[in-house]
Design a protein around this ligand. Structure first.
Ligand SMILES: [Zn+2]
Ligand SMILES: [Zn+2]
Length: 149
């Protein structure tokens, strides 16, 4: 296995990326250092995370704040639990879930761009994807693995 990531996760660029500072992200998978990287082609941001045995590269998105440091959000590779598509995008970070698998877990919501249905992921240590359902009354509340009608 290749333990040095190559190129950009956002575009087809395969060369060396631009190194940046250590950042903290709002939804880390592990409490290891996250080093900012930028693609010289598309300028998109990524982080390199130094695991003991390898470096993991993830997409990040910057959320600028006035007069304060930006927030950084990791965008995980998520396969839609409804239709299997990899064409998904982050939608909500640290969502409130009515029925978490563990109270330790935090959840992000991803929308599938193909079937347009929501997924919830937990990402501590490993990424798990669940079908998700938005509450009919409280729109910031989500339910995991709803019964399929
Ligand atoms: Zn790129
Ligand atoms: Zn889907």
């Amino acid at each position: 296995m290749d333990n040095k990531p190559q190129g950009c996760l956002w575009c087809d660029y395969r060369g060396p990326v631009v190194a940046g500072e250590i950042i903290s992200v709002v939804n880390p998978q592990v409490t290891l250092q996250h080093e900012l990287r930028r693609c010289p082609e598309c300028k998109a941001a990524m982080v390199d995370i130094r695991w003991p045995d390898r470096i993991m590269r993830r997409k990040v998105r910057e959320s600028p704040r006035r007069f304060r440091r930006s927030l950084w959000v990791i965008v995980y590779p998520v396969e839609c639990a409804w239709c299997g598509s990899h064409n998904t995008d982050a939608y909500e970070v640290n969502a409130t879930v009515s029925n978490p698998v563990s109270t330790r877990f935090k959840y992000d919501i991803y929308r599938c761009l193909d079937c347009e249905r929501p997924n919830a992921i937990s990402y501590l240590g490993e990424v798990y994807v669940h079908r998700a359902d938005q509450d009919k009354e409280f729109f910031s509340l989500w339910h995991l693995d709803p019964d399929v009608e």
